[in-house]
Design a protein around this ligand. Structure first.
Ligand code: UDP
Length: 401
C-alpha cells in the first residue's frame, strides 16, 4: 500500500495539500494507462508507482498491459529504434498487418470504453485509439526521443497520433515539428520510497557484492540498463578497457530483459562473449524485480555510466544521482536534462571522452563527493515522483476543462 503522507518528507506540506486539492476535483474520473510490459524498463517502473499514487489520491486508475507476439515486438522495437534514430530500415507491409491484427486482438481483451481518460504509452499500443469514444480523452505518452525521427517511422505514427487529444513528451526538444496535436511536457521521475531507491544497510550492500563475486575494495564502474544497443554496452566496455590500463577497476553491466524487447537476449550474449576474458567484468542478467540488488550495486559503485547513443529519459541516471553518485552520461535526450555538465556529472560524446572522465573521477574523491552532493539535490528538486504526480493532475484538469 502506498501512503501519500510518507512522501511529505520529500516535499513541503503545501505540495501535498495542493495535490489533494487538485485531486478532489478529479475524484469521479476513471483513468486507464496502457503500456506493453509489466516489468523491465522505465515505463513499467514509473507506472508501478504512479498508478497506486493516483488511487491513493482517490482517482480510480487502472493499468493494463498490451500483449503481442515476438513478431509484433520485433517490429515495434524496430519502430522504436527508427523513431530515435533515422537509419536504413524500412517498414514492411506484413509488419503493418501484424501491428493492426495485434491491435484488434488487444481491443478484444482490454476494455477501454468505460474510462474517461486513456493514457497510451509509446508506440506499441498506440493503435488502440481507433476505439476512442466521443466522451473520452486519449493521450499519447511518448517516452522516446522523437526530435529527429526516421520519416518512415513518423509516417507510421501519423496514422494514429492525430486521433489523440493530446501528447506528452519528456522535454520540449522531443516534440517533432510535424506534430499537429497539443503537446505537454512532463519529465519522468523516480520514487524515493521504491525499494530501488531506499537507503540500504552497508551489510546488505556488501552481501550483494559478495553474491556476485565483486571486490568491495576496488573501484567499480557501473552501467544499469536493459540489454539494448542504444545503451551502447560495447562502448562502455571499451571505455572501461582504456581506464583499466591505469586503474585496477571493475566494471558491472547489470541488466534484465523486458518482455516487449526481443533483442535483449542477443545483446546479453554479445556482451558475455565480448567480455569473457576479463574477470573484472560482471555482466549480470538479473530478474526484472531485483530492485534491492540494483539499489545496492548503484550504492556500491564509484562512478556510474549511462553512455546511451539515444535516450528517452534514462531513469537510471536519476536513480544513481539520488544515491549521490557522479554520473557520466551520453550527451543525448533526457540525460542532458538530468546531468548538469561539470556540476553533477559529465556529458560525453565518445568512448575516449567517457574513459577520460572516468579516470578523472576515479582519481579525485573530493570531486566525486561534491558532484554526488549536487546530483542528489538536482533530483530532489526536479525528478521526484511528487512533482510528476502533480504534473499529471494538472494535465488531467486541463484536458477536462
Ligand atoms: N532496471 C532494472 N533492472 C535492470 C535494468 C534496469 O530494474 O537490470 C530498471 C532501472 O533501474 C530503471 C529502469 O529499469 O528504473 C530503466 O529505465 P530507463 O529510463 O533508464 O531506461 P529504459 O529501459 O526505459 O530505456
Amino acid at each position: 500500500m502506498i501512503n501519500l503522507e510518507d512522501y511529505a518528507q520529500y516535499a513541503d506540506g503545501e505540495t501535498i495539500e495542493e495535490l489533494r486539492l487538485l485531486a478532489s476535483s478529479l475524484k469521479n474520473l476513471k483513468v486507464l494507462h496502457i503500456n506493453s510490459t509489466r516489468e523491465g524498463g522505465g515505463v513499467a517502473e514509473i507506472l508501478s508507482r504512479l498508478v497506486p499514487l493516483m488511487n491513493a489520491l482517490g482517482i480510480e486508475t487502472h493499468w493494463e498491459v498490451f500483449k503481442g507476439s515476438e513478431e509484433f515486438f520485433r517490429f515495434t522495437k524496430k519502430l522504436h529504434n527508427m523513431l530515435h534514430l533515422p537509419g536504413f530500415s524500412r517498414i514492411e507491409s506484413h509488419e503493418v498487418a501484424t501491428y493492426l491484427r495485434t491491435t484488434y486482438e488487444n481491443l478484444n481483451s482490454i476494455k477501454t470504453e468505460t474510462y474517461h481518460v486513456v493514457f497510451i504509452h509509446d508506440p506499441q499500443p498506440m493503435g488502440m485509439v481507433i476505439n476512442k469514444q466521443k466522451h473520452q480523452k486519449w493521450v499519447w505518452r511518448c517516452h522516446i526521443d522523437t526530435s529527429t525521427p526516421d520519416p518512415k517511422a513518423w509516417d507510421f505514427i501519423e496514422l494514429f497520433v492525430n486521433a489523440y487529444d493530446a501528447t506528452v513528451f519528456h522535454i520540449p526538444e522531443f516534440v517533432y515539428q510535424k506534430l499537429q496535436v497539443p503537446a505537454y511536457i512532463i519529465p519522468p521521475s523516480i520514487d524515493p520510497l521504491h525499494p530501488k531507491n531506499i537507503e540500504l544497510d552497508r551489510d546488505f550492500i556488501l552481501q550483494t557484492l559478495e553474491k556476485f563475486g565483486i571486490d568491495p575494495q576496488r573501484p567499480i564502474l557501473l552501467q544499469v540498463s536493459r540489454f539494448d544497443r542504444l545503451k551502447d554496452p560495447i562502448g562502455v566496455y571499451q571505455a572501461y578497457r582504456m581506464v583499466k590500463s591505469k586503474y585496477a577497476c571493475q566494471l558491472i553491466l547489470a541488466g534484465s530483459y523486458a518482455s516487449d524487447d526481443p533483442e535483449g537476449e542477443e545483446v546479453y550474449r554479445e556482451m558475455l562473449n565480448a567480455t569473457a576474458d576479463d574477470r573484472d567484468v560482471f555482466v549480470l542478467n538479473l530478474p526484472p524485480n531485483s530492485h534491492l540488488e540494483i539499489n545496492a550495486l548503484q550504492r556500491a559503485s564509484t562512478v556510474v555510466l549511462q553512455k546511451s547513443i539515444r535516450e528517452g529519459f534514462g531513469l537510471v541516471v536519476s536513480e544513481a544521482m539520488w544515491k549521490q553518485k557522479p554520473v557520466i552520461g551520453g550527451n543525448v535526450g533526457g540525460i542532458k536534462r538530468q546531468i548538469i555538465e561539470g556540476t553533477t556529472g559529465f556529458l560525453v560524446n565518445t568512448i575516449e571522452g567517457t574513459a577520460y572522465r572516468a579516470r578523472q573521477l576515479l582519481s579525485d574523491r573530493e570531486l566525486r563527493e561534491r558532484m554526488g552532493f549536487y546530483a542528489r539535490n538536482r533530483v530532489k528538486h526536479r525528478f521526484l515522483i511528487i512533482r510528476h504526480l502533480k504534473d499529471y493532475l494538472v494535465l488531467l484538469k486541463s484536458l477536462l476543462r
